[in-house]
Ligand binder design. Sequence first.
Ligand code: AVJ
Length: 323
Amino acid sequence: MRYRFHNYHPPAEDLLGEVLSGLACQPKRLSPKFFYDRRGSQLFEAITRLPEYYPTRTEIGILREQGGRIAEHLGHETVLIELGSGSPDKIRVLLDSLRPAVYMPVDISGEHLRDSSSHIARDYPDLQIEAVCADYSNGLQLPEMPADTARAAFFPGSSIGNFEPAVAIDLLRNVGHELGPGGAMLIGVDLKKDFHKLDAAYNDNQQITEAFNLNLLTRINREADANFDINHFDHLAFYNEDEGRIEMHLVSTCDQEVRVDGRRFHFTSGETIHTENSYKYNVNEFHDLASEAGYKAENVWIDNDELFSVHCLRVDSLAGNAD
Ligand code: AVJ
């Protein structure tokens, strides 16, 4: 088996430091990247199967239907870099149509990455797999790759929506530097649509999204020596029309004090911790963003109900700030 695991994982102090600074902000906030411990990754996979959560199955449908066309753009025998190994079904569809030489999944959750990439290794015995445990939001660090093999990136699930547009531009530009001139990126982007449909996707009947949101506090209790009482926080998710994004928050249901690593944080009743943004883009809006990041938009595929888009971008100019 040709499988390697590269650990560039951020040390545990990063979580504590970011939690302390986020809770010291006004309004309080926590980064959505911390959702994905093992339990969080499992809850997210459960979300992707919910009837209300249309993005995953819609994106898979597009990848399945357009596999041939996508391969024409991305090419075969590439190094295929996957940013965030979210849903196992998606990558299988893509591996089948692209047949890359190397599969390089990059994920912040080491446990999740080991679980998911070992299953791929078992089912694709001839595929070289280089699993990279890293936080790609702080700049992408990748193991050495053969210079003569074309690189392609797959950034599925509208994960790009987690970042403020200006930060998303920096991140895409950064990945563009790793891909090199002429490199291709396949990126899934959730479309703007009727807000009822959006709201429902983040307020599911089975309350899995609520459990996913609250699990952040459970994780912080365990990993940052905190004492959040999850019975005193409520899940809140809504579409913010002006910003073009879903916002998720955790609402304190009473006046309370919480201890994190010996420090105390006060919450008034109704005060929220902002835990996630999920930006939605029209095709034109996303084209503008991609072009600011140094890419040329080559193609876009959309499902019949116009719920979700999959763009093929090409690294065009690497000018601008490279961090
Ligand atoms: C993984 C960031 C794309 O924003 O839809 C799902 C995360 N949060 N339900 C999204 C999420 C709540 C998801 N992304």
